[in-house]
Write a protein that binds this ligand. Sequence first.
Ligand code: PEP
Length: 256
Amino acid sequence: MIKTRKPVIAGNWKMYKTVTEAVAFVSELKLAVGGIGNVEVVVCPPFTALAKVAEALGSTGIGVGAQDVYWEDKGAFTGEISAVMLKEAGCRYVIIGHSERRQFFGETDAFVNQKVKTVLEHGLVPIVCVGELIGERESGITEKVVRLQTEAALAGLTADQAAGLVIAYEPVWAIGTGKTASDADAQQVIGFIRGVVRHLFGAGAAGKVRIQYGGSVKPQNTVGLMEQPDIDGALVGGASLDVESFAGIVKAAAGI
Ligand code: PEP
């Protein structure tokens, strides 16, 4: 199937890998996926490794992303990192509203929206995470949950800004559990999210926004997911920590 949107495969390393481990990883990764032009590849290391990873990747085309950001540029906000700092470290992407931040660190939809706006103002690309809990899926309110999260995260954006986003649909019950949404279920919710973007910003933005699936993606289940018409890549946790499995996902998405 020909898609006009370039898929993005992003690795969310969470709180794994020291600077030394991270640099060794990307040195291998660039050999494994170098030259693949039809998929955008992004790694999201912990803050401490961002600058060194960006330096090691140089002009390979593999992008670097952060796992969070704060919305002020500077100030008395102990422990926080601004978009200005991320940009200087070589980041181009920022994961915003990951379910672990929502669950463990009190991230609200309002915070997510502020962060999305700040990141866009600084010319970075947000990877905005949305997704339902298992109880919400079982109660049949998945669409309502992802609609409200998407509407809140994208509030106040222009159609051009919405078009440039990456949205990651990550059912929370599929993250780190080995349970992947079926290709059809992932397509259904992602198609629904594209419809929400269409409703808010029009067909132009909806046709351009890239929407990833995330939740126990592995090389073996990538092809089926990528064949779905609305799925434009993957946000990968566990399987992004190993060069062979992450490169396998990239190659599967590239049709190699
Ligand atoms: C994630 O943390 O965004 C994720 C999708 O994790 P995993 O691939 O391990 O399920």
